[in-house]
Design a protein around this ligand. Structure first.
Ligand SMILES: Nc1ncnc2c1ncn2[C@@H]1O[C@H](COP(=O)(O)OP(=O)(O)OP(=O)(O)O)[C@@H](O)[C@H]1O
Ligand SMILES: [Mg+2]
Length: 267
């Protein structure tokens, strides 16, 4: 299964991605946690040590994918070798044996755009859906809408849109949801995060109703998240039975029931 997590800056994408990755790994999935934020911090949120995170190197597209010609004569990007070999070379193993990999990164100050990397991620996701069964791939996206406008997430099975109960966060989601629809993504679900009151719940539910989208779960505002972040720890290690982790476990349950356990661990 290929699952990407998007939303406005600071909405909780990395917290949700990392915790979902750990929850699925606890449940026996082989998880690849793929950082697609050029300002990456998924490794830290997963509980990877600072020393190990420092060994992460962005995978160059030319070392990941090569151009081939398909049966119809069209050029197509294919994996250069089994994805595990790429992970071993460029990634690190985190807690619960989660493979962590950085897929996008800045080229340096004044060094231009990274649109080629977006194409690489899009084609990697297509490849992972075809020849790499038995894995759960979780992608933590950057806050910009570029992964939607460039179609980077076109080939995911599900997109989680993390929203907070305030106007500008919902406006951002109001841009994301239709773009995701245009890309033809099978499942686009909202995650209501940092929810404190019944009014917060109602505001996000109302937004979902107006946009024809579904709230797959609600994560309360939880001081254990703040504290874990302050200590540089993964949330699930810091507060494994806290309200936020419980809520994200419930989201994992929902994803599993919607997509199907067999599809998630077997293809
Ligand atoms: N449920 C929650 N309760 C309290 N604080 C939260 C919750 N979820 C996330 N936070 C806090 O919100 C901040 C942003 O979280 P996070 O880094 O996961 O967001 P993000 O969407 O990945 O941000 P960015 O756009 O910078 O990548 C962090 O300080 C985090 O600890
Ligand atoms: Mg983030």
């Amino acid at each position: 299964m290929r699952l990407a997590v998007t939303g406005k800056g600071g909405s909780g994408k990395t917290t949700v991605s990392a915790t979902l990755a750990r929850v699925f790994a606890h449940r026996g999935h082989e998880v690849n946690a793929l950082d697609n934020d050029p300002n990456p911090n998924l490794a830290a949120a997963l509980g990877v040590s600072i020393e190990d995170a420092a060994r992460l190197r962005r995978v160059p597209r030319e070392d990941l994918l090569e151009e081939r010609v398909d049966e119809s004569g069209a050029a197509i990007l294919r994996l250069t070798r089994p994805f595990d070999e790429v992970v071993d070379q460029y990634g690190v193993r985190g807690p619960d044996d989660i493979a962590v990999l950085t897929l996008t990164g800045l080229l340096g100050a004044g060094q231009g755009c990274i649109c080629g990397q977006h194409v690489g991620v899009r084609e990697l996701l297509r490849e992972l859906g075809q020849g790499q069964p038995g894995r759960t791939h979780i992608l933590d996206m950057e806050a910009s809408l570029e992964h939607l406008s460039r179609g980077t997430v076109r080939n995911v099975d599900a997109l989680l849109v993390v929203v907070e109960p305030y106007y500008r966060s919902l406006v951002a989601a109001g841009r994301i949801v239709p773009l995701a629809g245009e890309l033809g993504i099978d499942h686009v679900w909202l995650v209501a995060n940092k929810v404190r009151t019944g009014d917060d719940v109602a505001e996000i539910d109302d937004f979902a109703a107006r946009h024809g989208s579904e709230v797959i779960g609600r994560v309360p505002f939880d001081d254990t998240v703040v504290e874990a972040d302050r200590r540089g720890m993964s949330l699930i290690d810091h507060a494994p039975t806290g309200p936020a982790v419980k809520a994200i476990e419930a989201i994992a349950d929902r994803i599993t029931s919607e997509i199907g356990e067999a599809a998630m661990v077997g293809g």
